[in-house]
Every structure is written in structure tokens, then in C-alpha cells.
Design a protein around this ligand. Structure first.
Ligand code: SF4
Length: 252
């Protein structure tokens, strides 16, 4: 199935549950060490930045792909201001939605995708509501969401973690992923989607929703503030002694 540019990875109708190989004790300890150090720098617990119901969080997440937060936030508010509820958005003309969200990346793709996702939720649940996910296990809830085309691991985890569901799921964005790769938590060839179960398996099974949210947030913040895409500030990084990329760069 081809990937739709700018949107999450289309999943097969039945999301496969592939377990990653069990991480070594050393890798688990390293993941915890990174978490503790970054929590010390950025201050855990990190306050949740959203308190949206899960369906609204899903729309917000779809808008946010490859788009700056300020722009996706503006587009989300514009949708809420233009239509009274998500049912009205589902019924709206795609070109009108596209015009309303024009500040995001690829509005011409996201507008029909939002309508299709809303229709799929209604078809599969009988209502435009995702509150029932709270009764499921995290892996079941993620599989339910990922069975909808256009919803991949990052979006499913974001809906469970960032929304008022506050479920223990670990989202991985591009900043989080970059820090995980450079520090050696995941291999260089592991893409963002497949990194989700690998990084989750390195953290304790019994971690709370807040602890997993903190883990995502501190790695993301570190990618935004220190481990930049170009020219990471390795000489000022609290992870330098355990980061193979940082060692190589400092030697160079
Ligand atoms: S040492 Fe450098 S490459 Fe490694 S995490 Fe820190 S900033 Fe990123």
C-alpha cells in the first residue's frame, strides 16, 4: 500500500501485532539512564499540553503531520469555529475543509483524509466517539485505531496518550526518534513507525501514562533544544558520555 505524503503510515486493515526482540538488560538500563538524566534537565512530570477528547485529539494529530504546532493549532481552531461538531465536518465539502485548514502542510490531502477517518470511526463504532477505547488494553486500542487507513503508530499512540484518555502509550515523533537513533537505543535503519514497539519494550511494563508521556516529551525536547537535526550541541549534552554519535562527533 503506497504511503500518502504528509500523513501517517497507512496500516493494513488488521494491524499486525509484531513483538520486537526483547531488549538486553544493558539497553534497558541505558534507556532508563537517558530518561532520568533528561527528566533532570527538563523537569518531570511534564504538564500535558492538551486536554482534548480522543476524537478531537485524533483530528489534531492528523492536522499536525509535517506541520508546525502553531499552524496545526490554528487549523484545528478554524475547524472548530467553522463547524459545530465533527459530524458537521464529516458532512462538509472537502474543498471547504481544505480552505479552512490551508495553513497546514498538504491541506488538499488532509481534508479528504479527515472526512474519511471520521466516516471510518462512525462506520466501525456506530458513533463519532472514541471514548470506548478507555475500556481496551493499550495494544487493542492501538490496533483498533491503526485498522483505519491513514492512522499509524504515532497517531494511535498520540490519541491514547495526549487525549483525556491518558492511557500508557508511547508516541515517537521525529525529534524523539533522532535522539533514540543517535544514542543507540535503536539502529540507524529503524524508521519512526517500527521504532514504537522497540522503544516501548525498553521501558518498564508497569510505567504509568504520565511516565511514558514524560519519556516521549523529554526525548522530543532534547531533539528540539540540543540534539538538533543539523549540528547537534554535543559539547553541551548531558548524554554525551553514553552517546556513540556524540563520541564520534567530538573526536572528529
Ligand atoms: S551527544 Fe550529541 S548526538 Fe548524542 S544525544 Fe547529545 S547532542 Fe545528540
Amino acid at each position: 500500500m503506497p504511503m500518502l505524503p504528509g500523513l501517517d503510515i497507512p496500516a493494513p486493515r488488521r494491524a499486525r501485532r509484531t513483538e520486537p526482540p526483547a531488549p538486553s538488560a544493558a539497553l534497558k538500563e541505558k534507556a532508563l539512564d537517558i530518561h532520568r538524566r533528561l527528566c533532570g534537565v527538563y523537569g518531570c512530570p511534564i504538564p500535558y499540553f492538551h486536554s482534548l477528547d480522543p476524537l478531537s485529539e485524533l483530528i489534531s494529530s492528523l492536522l499536525s503531520h509535517r506541520t508546525r504546532n502553531a499552524e496545526s493549532g490554528r487549523a484545528f481552531k478554524a475547524l472548530r469555529a467553522r463547524w459545530p461538531d465533527w459530524a458537521a465536518v464529516e458532512a462538509a465539502d472537502a474543498t471547504e475543509i481544505e480552505a479552512t485548514i490551508r495553513g497546514v502542510t498538504w491541506p488538499e490531502l488532509k481534508a479528504p483524509r479527515i472526512k474519511a477517518v471520521l466516516a471510518a470511526v462512525r462506520e466501525r463504532n456506530g458513533a463519532l466517539d472514541l471514548g470506548f477505547l478507555a475500556e481496551m488494553r493499550v495494544d487493542e486500542a492501538r490496533a483498533w485505531l491503526q485498522a483505519i487507513p491513514g492512522i499509524g503508530p504515532k497517531t494511535s499512540a498520540a490519541v491514547l496518550s495526549f487525549s483525556t484518555l491518558r492511557m500508557p502509550a508511547l508516541p515517537v515523533d521525529s525529534h524523539h526518534h533522532r535522539v533514540a537513533q543517535r544514542t543507540g537505543l535503536i539502529g540507524r535503519s529503524v524508521d519512526v513507525g517500527p521504532s514504537h514497539p522497540i522503544l516501548r519494550a525498553q521501558l518498564p511494563d508497569d510505567w504509568s501514562a504520565q511516565a511514558l508521556y514524560d519519556n516521549h516529551e523529554v526525548l522530543m525536547l532534547h531533539g528540539q533544544k540540543v540534539c538538533f537535526h543539523h549540528s547537534p550541541a554535543c559539547d553541551a549534552c548531558p548524554l554525551l558520555d553514553l552517546c556513540p554519535t556524540g563520541h564520534a562527533r567530538m573526536k572528529g
